[in-house]
Ligand binder design. Structure first.
Ligand code: OXD
Ligand code: MN
Length: 635
């Protein structure tokens, strides 16, 4: 008999769980976990509770039930399934997302989706009262980062959606054994999710009661009346917000970054880069560049491990945007998505009469009718305003295990992470930032490259697309404690390590006067290889007012070597000229943003932005509106 058998929730849990499920829960002898499952079983009132361990049998149970309940349907290729989120639930919902913080902290949170904690808890508990009636709840344990490592964060999810549990099984390392080995009282993150009331297609109907409330004091997230994985899968964006807060408290970093390694075959070396890009700005495509190796595509933890700046990918899979994944631009993912026998969940794409998935920018013809995110779809379908409805959603996704990819870096499971040598911040602007620029040092990289990052909004977030919006560190949607303190933590972390990575800003979206992109999608490979050479001190660079850019001859050599392509000097000059006016405008937008949205932002950072803007204004007299590459000097 375990001492948990006398716990206040023991009778309730015994009545809702099979003896086998109850045995699995109690075997962990984790009182906090037991109380968490008990409390939310009492509150959400599921008919029954299924406890998973790390076995393949439990993974199969979840998979089968997702199909039985219609949350997923099988596609033609073995292992592949399709899931549809409800209309208007196909992107993250910032309006319904709140960081619950103390009353004192609310005024310092600025743009950060904050709500007073007690008020938020009462509201979300009210919404979730009895919300799982008539359903089974699944309890699934997972681990962020490799298990039993300096990076690991244990996580417990309760959900009434088999799709959510299935996604977690593909995206995260199983954590039952990790929990079993945890010391008493060791912290873990907790997530409760309910899709709420469903319509005949299994979609959440009470979207006006959608809530994603994250308790920043107790590290619990409650998410109700939604299904889109960015709103429902606890270990993804919810855990990311919790980890950002925890990292701020403990002096490490959780960043919205991929982790990958650039392969220099000539020199026989592999150099690790991490990169932050707002959603839909080329992050996964960079991490998946042909010829390089991927470690992760979305979330990284950074820790100082024995004096080294080291990173892990928190996840074990990819929940990637499928739009524009095609044989030319993303050949490796495209091939994986075409391979039968791999467990892959597609979401919000068109399924044709052949029961195959079709998405936007796939590069193949799609059928004229089928089923899609808007229900039954046919060529020419319009919404109630007469606007054509495309055959697939712009934020349609695929979910798969990283291990399926042939370009996975064998270091991806290393418990001490990988040493990071370069950090990339990538935005989306058509007329300001050059394709790649190295920052002068860590601090100026954070203040001038990371903090000034902007992006045109995309369909990953519900709302208007194409609007230029500030995106500090590509992380605005996820920063969960005051922005000024978050920036300072970033600066201190890098400055506290002797060999901090170099920082690069990239922009793949420069356009010419007619609106055409100036470079093709794979050119990013050249920019990365240039950064790799810089890190190993093998190429020189031209100074700019804000950093260093490539010399023409180095890029010409890289284009020839990598793509056997001619890279014209004319294009180089157009790409790499320093655009003074847009930069001044960009900095003044940043100043405005931090002034209004980051009440705790230290004066020192404003001084840096303002003095940079003055410097640039003064440079106009010497150089005119543009500074041609190679002509700038600090004197
Ligand atoms: C994501 C996002 O899905 O950032 O990774 O929206
Ligand atoms: Mn992301």
């Amino acid at each position: 008999m375990s001492k948990l058998d006398t716990h206040q929730f023991a009778p309730l849990l015994k009545s809702k769980m099979s003896p086998e499920s109850y045995r699995k829960l109690i075997a962990l002898e984790n009182e906090e976990l037991f109380a968490f499952v008990g409390e939310f079983t009492e509150h959400c009132e599921p008919d029954s509770v299924y406890m998973c361990d790390d076995s393949d049998e439990d993974a199969e149970y979840i998979r089968q039930h997702s199909l039985l309940k219609g949350e997923e349907k099988p596609l033609t290729k073995a292992g592949q399934t399709i899931h549809y989120d409800g209309y208007n639930d196909q992107g993250r919902a910032p309006g319904a997302t709140k960081n619950l913080v103390s009353k004192e902290l609310v005024p310092l949170m600025g743009a950060l989706l904050a709500k007073e904690r007690n008020e938020g808890l009462a509201e979300v508990r009210q919404v979730m009262k009895g919300i799982m009636k008539g359903k089974q709840a699944i309890v699934k344990l997972s681990c962020e980062g490799p298990t039993r490592s300096p990076f690991s964060i244990a996580c417990a999810q309760i959900t009434d959606s088999f799709y959510v549990a299935h996604s977690e099984d593909l995206l995260y390392r199983r954590g039952y054994e990790h929990f079993r080995l945890m010391a008493p009282g060791e912290r873990f993150f907790r997530f409760v999710h309910s899709a709420g009331r469903l319509d005949e297609h299994g979609n959440s109907v009470d979207l006006e009661n959608r809530r994603i409330y994250q308790d920043m004091e107790d590290y619990i997230v409650m998410s109700a009346n939604n299904q889109y994985a960015g709103n429902s899968v606890g270990l993804k964006k919810h855990a990311m917000r919790l980890a950002i807060k925890l990292a701020g408290t403990e002096g490490w970093l959780c960043e919205h970054m991929f982790v990958m390694s650039v392969q220099n075959e000539k020199k026989g070396r592999s150099t690790c880069f991490c990169g932050a890009f707002p959603s839909g700005c080329g992050k996964t495509a960079t991490a998946m560049l042909p010829g390089e190796k991927i470690i992760g595509d979305d979330i990284a933890y950074f820790r100082n491990v024995n004096g080294e700046f080291r990173a892990v990918n928190v996840e074990n899979g990819i929940f990637g945007i499928i739009k524009d994944v095609n044989a030319v631009d993303d050949p490796l993912i495209f091939k994986t998505l075409q391979t039968p026998g791999l467990e892959i969940i597609f979401s919000n794409v068109l399924t044709g009469p052949d029961n195959e998935p079709y998405w936007l920018g796939m590069g193949v013809d799609h059928p004229a009718k089928g089923w899609s995110y808007s229900g039954e779809w046919f060529e020419g379908k319009t919404d109630d305003k007469g606007v054509p409805i495309p055959h697939a959603h712009g934020n349609a996704r695929y979910t798969l295990r990283l291990g399926y990819l042939e370009n996975i870096d064998p270091a991806y499971n290393d418990k001490n992470g990988v040493p990071v040598q370069g950090i990339i911040y990538g935005g989306r602007d058509s007329d300001t930032s050059v394709p790649i620029e190295e920052s002068l040092d860590w601090k100026s990289g954070i203040i001038l490259k990371a903090c000034t990052l902007e992006s045109e909004t995309t369909s990953a977030v519900i709302g208007k697309e194409g609007v230029l919006a500030p995106q500090p560190m590509a992380n605005l949607d996820f920063i969960s404690y005051p922005i000024g303190a978050y920036i300072t933590n970033n600066i201190r972390f890098g400055e506290g390590i002797a060999n901090a990575p170099r920082i690069y800003a990239v922009n793949y979206f420069l356009r010419d006067a007619k609106g055409n992109f100036l470079t093709n999608k794979l050119a990013k490979k050249v920019w990365l290889h240039w950064a790799e050479l810089r890190i190993h001190n093998e190429v020189d660079a031209y100074r700019t007012p804000l950093g260093f850019i490539p010399r023409y001859e180095d890029l010409k050599a890289l284009f020839a070597e990598i793509f056997q392509e001619e890279f014209s000097e004319e294009l180089y000059r157009e790409l790499f000229k320093f655009r003074i006016d847009p930069w001044i405008a960009k900095i003044s937008r940043a100043v405005r943003f931090y002034h209004h949205s980051a009440p705790d932002c230290p004066e020192e950072y404003f001084e840096i932005w303002k003095s940079t803007a003055h410097k640039l204004t003064a440079l106009k007299e010497r150089y005119g509106h543009f500074i041609e590459p190679g002509t700038y000097s600090e004197k």
